[in-house]
Design a protein around this ligand. Structure first.
Ligand code: GDP
Ligand code: IMO
Ligand code: MG
Length: 428
């Protein structure tokens, strides 16, 4: 199984970082293919906690070559901050590579992200404020800056001039901000050029050559299915394709080369930022699940909204990603509930929906139809064999498998690298 895509099935923070890290020992290349430092992955290795944003989670595994793909948007300041922090903690980052075609996040796009949100008022999205949306917009508008532009100062300057002509009108006349000077941005970006030069590669060539040599390549998504620009809860989404197709465009690999698509889902649901969330819990119930799961954002520290598992979302993720396997994380967090609701369908204005409604209005009106599964009270954090789980925990997993229409291959029972039950190997 040489080419495996790992995607999030819900609204992010499912534990993709941990899932990637867990199989790191068996992987040669880990390619991040979308998003940027809006992502936040917590990985716990030997009790040490690492928070990764822009760097692929594979960076923590010896032997892995981590690549930032062309589909990623890169904030150079953050990139080197993360590299320096990891190095200071004794992690080797020398193998990190970066696509020449990846787009750069200039500081004016961080500013644009924040002022745009402010002006949206009640319609704001609750973005991470990292400049992600404006940078992908520039890419589509063909006024973006790419990693390769750092090596041709005259081209870089022309491109910055082109981008700022329009943006400075907006900053000064609409948003009441000072104009941004071209020279400042040129300096800001060129400061990193020499340090980045040895890291720059043709991502597509690297990945395809590795596959030709029989190496194992893992494609790691940021964000998740329901935050995908095309398939998520638009407009309450991020600005990239976080679904499996994004791996092909975001790394330069053809769909015929992909062997497995692994979805990562929590045993319940969380969401950060605004937007619809049918199984959301409020008040004490929501707070209880948040406290049990330690649900606070890795990137912005915001409390995550919490709710029960949504099988309509699960089936949808299976469909749009073509999932072959599911990793269910945080089963341990549900220990102690007498019964656990699972949403199996929605009721929308008196009509039952077994599949995701086609339109936004219906999804906003969706009320969960629950089935109630019996809980368990035993500590499961040390369990490593499926058969050793309490019978009700086994039933819960089998139920998720049935309603999500994909086999559950790995079950997370704690934050550590070792805290997992493997039912099916999806590599090799
Ligand atoms: P990502 O963005 O998808 O990589 O996920 P995050 O790192 O943002 O959020 C997942 C959180 O759950 C992290 O704090 C992980 O350490 C933690 N985690 C992952 N898997 C498990 C698990 O099986 N059990 C528990 N208790 N925590 C887990
Ligand atoms: P990982 O990779 C959870 C959310 C933001 C906001 C929306 C748009 O850790 O799962 P953006 O800054 O991307 O324009 O914000 O998307 N969001 C995430 N939520 N996990 C993430 O990444 C997220 N990345 C973006 O909260 O609602
Ligand atoms: Mg996260």
């Amino acid at each position: 199984m040489p080419a495996v895509i790992v995607v999030g099935c819900q609204w992010g923070d499912e534990g993709k970082g941990k899932a990637t890290d867990q199989i790191g020992a068996d992987v040669d290349l880990v390619v991040k293919f979308n998003g940027g430092n809006n992502a936040g992955h917590t990985v716990v290795v030997d009790g040490e906690k690492y928070a990764l944003h822009l760097l692929p989670a594979g960076i923590l595994s010896t032997g892995v070559t981590p690549i930032i793909g062309n589909g990623v948007v890169v904030d150079l300041e953050v990139l080197f901050q993360e590299i320096d922090e990891l190095e200071a903690r004794g992690q080797d980052t020398s193998k990190l590579r970066l696509s020449a075609n990846a787009h750069l996040i200039p500081s004016y796009n961080r500013m644009m992200d924040r002022v745009t949100e402010k002006f949206l008022g009640k319609r704001q999205l609750g973005t991470t404020g990292r400049g992600i949306g404006p940078t992908y917009a520039d890419k589509m508008n063909r006024i973006g800056l790419r990693v390769q532009d750092l090596f041709d100062e005259s081209i870089l300057r022309q491109k910055i001039e082109g981008a700022l002509t329009n943006k400075n009108h907006l900053f000064t006349k609409v948003f009441n901000k000072a104009a941004v000077a071209v020279d400042d941005i040129v300096q800001e970006l060129l400061a990193y050029a020499e340090r980045i030069r040895p890291m720059v590669v043709d991502c597509s060539l690297e990945v395809n050559s590795a596959l030709d040599e029989g190496k194992v390549v893992l494609f790691e998504a940021g964000q998740a299915t329901m935050l995908d620009i095309d398939h998520g809860t638009y407009p309450f989404v991020t600005s990239s394709n976080a679904t499996a197709g994004g791996a092909c465009t975001g790394a330069g690999v053809g769909p015929t080369r992909i062997d497995a698509v692994v979805g990562v889902t929590k045993a319940y649901t969380t969401r950060v930022g605004e937007g619809p969330f049918p199984t959301e819990l409020f008040g004490d119930e929501g707070e209880e699940l948040r406290a049990r799961g330690g649900e606070f954002g890795v990137t912005t520290g915001r409390p995550r909204r919490t709710g029960w598992f949504d099988a309509v979302v699960g089936r949808y993720a299976t469909r749009v990603n073509g999932l072959t396997d599911l990793v269910v994380t945080k089963l341990d967090v549900l220990t102690g509930y007498e019964q656990i609701p699972v949403c199996v369908a929605y009721e929308v204005d008196g009509v039952r929906f077994d599949e995701m409604p086609m339109d936004q209005t219906s999804f906003h009106h969706a009320k969960p139809i629950y089935e109630y599964l019996p809980g368990w009270s035993e500590d499961i954090s040390q369990v490593r064999e499926f058969s050793q789980l309490p019978v009700n925990a086994q039933r819960y997993i089998e139920f998720l498998e049935e309603v999500s229409k994909v086999r559950v291959s790995v079950i997370g029972v704690g934050p550590g690298r070792e805290a997992a039950i493997v039912r099916h190997e999806f590599l090799r």
